[in-house]
Design a protein around this ligand. Structure first.
Ligand code: GLP
Length: 242
């Protein structure tokens, strides 16, 4: 595991964007696993900037997103479909046919989960999977539990996550209670995992992720077992050990 400790959020974003762009440049048809949340926004912004300068070409890139809220259509401003278009896809030359986000509005969620698992397999798995970190150590929407969930599945969000994510909704009652997420197996399938973390409020979750026991109570701790993980965190999220 390689850990980059950066000065601030801006440096985290640049470092992460550099790593992602290296894939897109070296392997134009790379499969990128993408994430939502506030943390990767700076990374996407940097990628858009480099695209506008003509330094990166996304025309062959394929993407698979980690998760989506249940019950929200792609047009809903709070959906992760919308987030991805708003923060990245509509600003670069990616072919939308090559972008994939689970369909949270599907009538049959079980069927949608199976379809998504097959889709990831058919793409040959992710070359690089970008991840943020939840305050309780969740990755995607894999919440703390008694076992590591495997494939794409429906989850009931914890109160902690609903509250954290409510800042993006008009009020907390509008936050969906369920989501579809890639499971831990889908995430670990990626050949390289890039975890981005920023802010003092994530320090405890990151410490447990990196140095605590591997346990489904801290889903991100499973990353300790993956052979190729890069962590990019700022000083606030990764304070120097005293
Ligand atoms: C959401 C997403 C996660 C993300 C997490 C942290 O719950 N499903 O993929 O990592 O929030 O988000 P933020 O970066 O906004 O703290």
């Amino acid at each position: 595991m390689r850990i980059y400790r950066e000065k601030d959020y801006y440096s985290v974003s640049r470092r992460a964007a550099n790593i992602i762009s290296a894939y897109v440049i070296a392997k134009p048809d790379a499969v990128l696993g993408l994430a939502t949340g506030s943390t990767p926004i700076g990374t996407y912004k940097q990628l858009v900037e480099w695209y506008e300068k003509g330094d990166i070409d996304f025309s062959e890139t394929k993407t698979v997103n980690l998760d989506e809220y249940c019950g929200l259509t792609a047009e809903n401003v709070n959906s992760y479909h919308y987030f991805m278009k708003d923060n990245l896809f509509s600003h670069i030359n990616i072919d939308m046919e090559n972008t994939h986000v689970p369909d949270g509005s599907a009538d049959d969620i079980e069927k949608e989960c199976t379809r998504y698992d097959k889709l990831i397999d058919s793409l040959g798995g992710q070359d690089l999977q970008l991840l943020g970190l939840g305050h309780n150590g969740h990755i995607g929407f894999n919440e703390p539990s008694d076992s590591f969930p495997t494939g794409t599945h429906k989850v009931k969000l914890t109160e902690n996550t609903i509250e954290a994510n409510s800042r993006l909704f008009d009020n907390i009652d509008e936050v969906p209670r369920y989501a579809i997420t890639m499971g831990v197996r889908n995430i670990l399938t990626a050949r390289h995992i890039l975890l981005v973390v920023s802010g003092a409020d994530k320090a405890d979750a990151l410490r447990k992720t990196l140095y605590g026991p591997v346990t489904p109570q801290v889903p991100a701790s499973i990353l300790q077992l993956h052979p190729h993980v890069t962590v990019v965190a700022d000083e606030a999220a990764l304070p120097e050990e005293k």
